[in-house]
Design a protein around this ligand. Structure first.
Ligand code: GLA
Length: 407
């Protein structure tokens, strides 16, 4: 009897723990899309800039293309008040975050904010340690929709426990707040974060370089190719509601147009969150044309939610495939070199299959129609071999339309 009672108690405890151990369901079924202040403005962020970015996104076509989140990164914080409630910096955000959230919401967009597991953020501002529940409540009351949670000054905290603590605090508010883990892949979040947040950073910070690394001595920032390579072993961790995050976009921040196009295309092949990081109020039409390409975005946002994979390498050109819903595929030939390179791809001899998603292209039996996603032209079918010249640091990106989708 006593034994049965103990088992019952143990089961009740476990069931309660299982009930609490949840993240908010239904969020980010496709990779989140938006903008974040860090890559362009770093700590020079204020409410005028945030409003201007919301105005731009709401009117320049980005909102129609699916971008939603306007995310304030580090350096928005002031001090805690006498009761411990975090305040926005009164000089940079004199109207307060609630008013800003109301403004962003009035444009049909959502507001994101930033904090850190430690006592201080990476930029040495007040962070959430020992105030997790209070901060989550504050964000919810302000109307915040997204939290990026950084890993500086963690002082040896256990990562999964530290992030789970904030997840539970967000859950307790009842507000659907997307939770973005930012611990740079240090503790392999792809192995444990699917039930903690909607996305997790997989590497150190990006910077607007293509095939290079920026060495700061004690830490590095990585260019586009280095980040892409780090995603190859972890694609199976991602799926609807839980995404690998290879960091925010650097489109429009100084790389060449072809490098920006290659960067954006590959983030879409990786089903990456598309968080733009440039000055949306002052960008070249060529930059907007990249960020706004609906056909390329559709590859990222595809409902199947499966990351692409590298299939073959020919010289400097790496050919990637991504299975899409309803039998389609995306193909992206990435020229990692500086010189143009011509590739020939004879479909009927290629065996493209993906054991993870259990998909096989069966090129020898099926004819797919090809659409070039950057020129928007029809590009023949998989019945004829494809020959194309790919400029240096650029891509050829195609959608392969399954035969049964043509009728
Ligand atoms: C870390 C993050 C960046 C940015 C800065 C802010 O470096 O990885 O994305 O949030 O902190 O200080």
């Amino acid at each position: 009897m006593k034994k049965q009672f103990l088992i019952l108690v143990a089961l009740t405890v476990l069931a309660n723990a299982a009930c609490q151990a949840q993240k908010i369901p239904g969020l980010a079924r496709t990779p989140p899309m938006g903008w974040n202040s860090w890559n362009k403005f770093q700590c020079n962020v204020d409410e005028t800039i945030i409003r201007a970015m919301a105005d731009a996104m709401a009117t320049n076509g980005m909102k129609e293309a699916g971008y939603r989140y306007i995310n304030i990164d580090d350096c928005w914080q002031g001090q805690r008040d006498a009761k411990g409630f975090i305040q926005a910096d009164p000089v940079k955000f004199p109207s307060g975050i609630k008013a800003l959230a109301d403004y962003v919401h009035s444009k049909g967009l959502k507001l994101g904010i930033y904090s850190d597991v430690g006592y201080q953020t990476c930029g040495s501002h007040v962070a959430s340690r020992d105030h997790e529940a209070q901060d989550a409540q504050t964000y919810a009351q302000w109307g915040v929709d997204y939290l990026k949670y950084d890993w500086c000054n963690h002082d040896g905290l256990e990562a999964q426990a530290a992030y789970t603590k904030m997840r539970d605090a967000l859950y307790a508010t009842g507000r659907p707040i997307v939770f973005s883990l930012c611990e740079w892949g240090s503790n392999k979040p792809w192995e444990w974060a699917a039930n903690v947040g909607q996305l997790w950073r997989t590497t150190t910070d990006i910077y607007p370089g293509f095939d290079s690394v920026l060495d700061h001595g004690s830490w590095q920032q990585w260019g586009v190719l280095r980040i892409i390579d780090a995603q190859k072993p972890i694609r199976e961790a991602a799926g609807p509601g839980h995404w690998n995050d290879p960091d925010m976009l650097e489109v429009g921040n100084g790389m060449s147009e072809s490098e920006d196009r290659a960067h954006f295309s590959m983030w879409c092949m990786l089903a990456a969150p598309l968080i733009s990081g440039n000055d949306l109020a002052n960008m070249a039409p060529t930059t907007l044309a990249i960020l706004d390409n609906k056909e390329v975005i559709a590859v990222d946002q595809d409902k199947l939610g499966v990351e692409g994979f590298p299939y073959s390498t020919n010289g400097n050109v790496e050919v990637w495939f991504k299975p899409l819903a309803k039998g389609d595929w995306a193909m992206c030939a990435l020229n990692r070199g500086k010189e143009p390179q011509t590739i020939t791809f004879d479909w009927k001899n290629e065996k493209v299959s993906d054991s993870f998603s259990k998909r096989n292209a069966h090129f020898s039996e099926r004819t797919y129609h090809l659409q070039n996603l950057w020129t928007k032209e029809q590009a023949g079918t998989t019945r004829e071999p494809l020959t194309a010249q790919i400029p240096g640091h650029d891509v050829l990106m195609l959608r392969l339309k399954a035969p049964w989708r043509l009728f």
